[in-house]
Design a protein around this ligand. Structure first.
Ligand SMILES: NC(=O)c1ccc[n+]([C@@H]2O[C@H](COP(=O)([O-])OP(=O)(O)OC[C@H]3O[C@@H](n4cnc5c(N)ncnc54)[C@H](O)[C@@H]3O)[C@@H](O)[C@H]2O)c1
Length: 280
């Protein structure tokens, strides 16, 4: 057992993007076990947290494998009281259903990381909580794609809808024992994965602007904005919140489309009256 009295949280997908942002934020309140399959970037996040005075411990592994979660839990329990678990590891790759490739990377491996990974994470977390008779909290990272559709994203959307369903199941089954489980459904968040999707697009600027336009707040979010919602949901401040998939998406899924912006207001705010985006 480490000398710290801080509780412990496990964060998967912690080596990059939203997972890294969550790990950095939660290091203010917890010792953090960082899970990821990237052996190059994972130690960087561990060092970043430890250099800033936090307590982080890396655990390398693929979340699609149950053993990865066993090992993360064992490390967490060695350090202190395992009180929280965040399943964030995931990715997407689009492909059209009518011309779907015979490539396990776009079906089985995607389901393994996003869906099976979250499943084993929840199973390990609730097993850890009930075996110690502790209340605990879980947050799963879902997506706007769990509730809305976009062409070529069928597999990703199945996995994220499954994450929302699993979240409700855990909340209902373990609520009587004080265990809470929620999801956060981000919209477009600026991470290495999103940046890469811009690079891969025919026109990076156009691709970025199309996402900004779709979002009522007219901008792409930051990992820290997701991390704050996760920190809240794990905390006692959210003691009566369970089974929810909380959107953190700039209002995206509330819109019926992309409405015209009030030109006079846009002018007053110094925005492009045609798009509502900041003027170049
Ligand atoms: N960035 C967005 O706009 C956005 C929007 C909605 C939801 N999300 C979700 O947020 C999560 C993080 O996405 P991101 O944009 O930060 O991506 P990212 O690529 O920057 O980070 C994902 C991390 O997960 C790790 N990972 C992937 N598969 C893994 C596996 N099988 N086992 C262990 N680690 C694995 C990667 O190595 C990487 O470090 C994902 O679940 C994604 O679906 C992202």
């Amino acid at each position: 057992m480490s000398t710290s009295t801080l509780p412990v949280v496990v964060v998967t997908g912690a080596a990059s993007g939203i997972g890294r942002g969550i790990a950095l934020r939660l290091a203010q309140d917890y010792q953090v076990v960082l899970v990821d399959l990237n052996p190059t970037t994972l130690p960087n996040v561990e060092k970043e947290i430890n250099d800033a005075g936090g307590l982080a411990f890396k655990s390398l592994g693929d979340v699609g494998k149950r053993d990865t979660h066993h090992r993360a839990r064992a490390l967490a329990e060695e350090k202190g009281l395992l009180a929280a678990w965040v399943n964030c590891a995931g990715w997407t790759r689009g492909a059209p259903l009518h011309d779907f490739p015979n490539d396990p990377a776009v079906l089985e491996e995607l389901i393994s990381a996003n869906q099976i990974g979250t499943f084993w994470g929840c199973a390990e977390a609730v097993n850890a909580f009930v075996s110690k008779k502790t209340k605990g909290a879980i947050v799963n990272i879902s997506s706007v794609h769990g509730r809305r559709a976009w062409p070529d994203h069928a597999v990703y959307e199945m996995t994220k809808a499954a994450v929302d369903a699993l979240t409700r199941n855990v909340a209902v089954a373990y609520g009587p024992f004080g265990i809470r489980c929620n999801a956060v459904a981000p919209g477009a968040i600026m991470t290495p994965a999103l940046a890469q999707s811009f690079i891969d697009a025919p026109d990076a600027r156009e691709r970025r602007q199309s996402l900004e336009l779709l979002t009522p707040l007219k901008r792409i979010g930051e990992p820290s904005e997701i991390a704050e919602v996760v920190a809240f949901l794990l905390s006692e401040k959210a003691s009566y919140v369970s089974g929810q998939s909380v959107g953190a998406e700039g209002g995206w899924t509330s819109a019926l489309g992309v409405p015209a912006i009030d030109a006079r207001l846009a002018e007053q705010y110094g925005l492009d009256p045609a798009t509502g985006l900041p003027q170049d």
